[in-house]
Design a protein around this ligand. Structure first.
Ligand code: ATP
Ligand code: MG
Length: 248
């Protein structure tokens, strides 16, 4: 995981405008193999838009996106996920009337193309085991408590066996016990599969504990990047974001 390794993902001057609003402005970030990178900033800073851009759901107004050094700017979400980048959605993307098993199968359908029944079931079991969802596979997703639904979203993404797992506020609405359990899961996923994780979260305690590096967005621009320690002590970050919060 040396700094000189080709980044899994790299953005160069990534920009997205909506009318007169620059939601993401000239952003240069990179995700290195196996790292846990936090993306934080106030509401409206451009975090979800950055996810939409790097996962191919939204096209950049300008700038480039590279995976493994290859220019993938403008490629579809399907092609980008085949290259190993998978994301969850801030407001959930479960098919609420389907079972947990079917949610995972549908979510991983691209990755499981051509797989036989046994292989598909093995993949479902692997994802369920990783997220502690084995007992819920036959439950209808929409009937599960909120905390478990968030885990199902991660299971769907995980079943694709991503190299970069992008999670948009996975801890929202979870109590502290559920949040800690999810953090343990994320550490396990990274530990066992070595995949990189890009984490958008407002729970600063969690971000500071889990992330090795943090990028701070403000008005679509990168305000700072560094270790949790550096970010905590960065005066512009404290005045734009951390100081207005109550975590410390
Ligand atoms: N499809 C869109 N059309 C118009 N404006 C948009 C669109 N998507 C995002 N924006 C605007 O871009 C800015 C950045 O939004 P974004 O959702 O990326 O913020 P965020 O950092 O994820 O915020 P939060 O922490 O509240 O989730 C906001 O001002 C938002 O209103
Ligand atoms: Mg958002």
């Amino acid at each position: 995981m040396s700094a000189s390794a080709t980044p899994l993902l790299k953005t160069q001057g990534l920009t997205r405008k909506y009318g007169g609003l620059v939601a993401v402005s000239n952003l240069d970030i990179e995700i290195r193999p196996g790292e846990i990178l936090g993306l934080i900033g106030p509401n409206g800073a451009g975090k979800s838009t950055t996810f939409n851009l790097i996962s191919g759901f939204v096209r950049p107004t300008s700038g480039r996106l590279y995976m493994d050094g290859e220019d993938v700017t403008g490629q579809s979400p399907t092609r980008i996920s085949r290259k190993g980048l998978v994301r969850t959605f801030q407001h959930g993307s479960l098919m609420r009337t389907m079972t947990v098993r079917d949610n995972i199968l549908v979510g991983a359908v691209g990755a499981l193309r051509g797989a036989g029944r046994g292989e598909r079931e093995a993949r479902v079991q692997e994802a369920a085991a990783m997220l502690g969802l084995e007992a819920y596979l036959d439950e209808v997703a929409g009937n599960l408590p909120h905390g478990l639904q968030r885990l199902v979203s991660i299971a769907i993404a995980f079943a694709v066996r991503p190299r970069v797992l992008c999670l948009d506020e996975p801890l929202t609405g979870l109590n502290q016990t559920e949040a800690n359990a999810t953090l343990d899961v994320l550490r396990r996923i990274r530990g066992q599969f070595g995949c990189a994780i890009l984490l958008v979260e407002h729970n600063m305690k969690a971000v500071m504990q889990l992330c090795e590096r943090i990028v701070v967005l403000h008005h679509g621009q990168m305000l700072a990047a560094g270790t949790p320690q550096e970010i905590r002590q960065n005066e512009s970050v404290v005045s734009a974001y951390l100081g207005a919060r109550h975590e410390h």
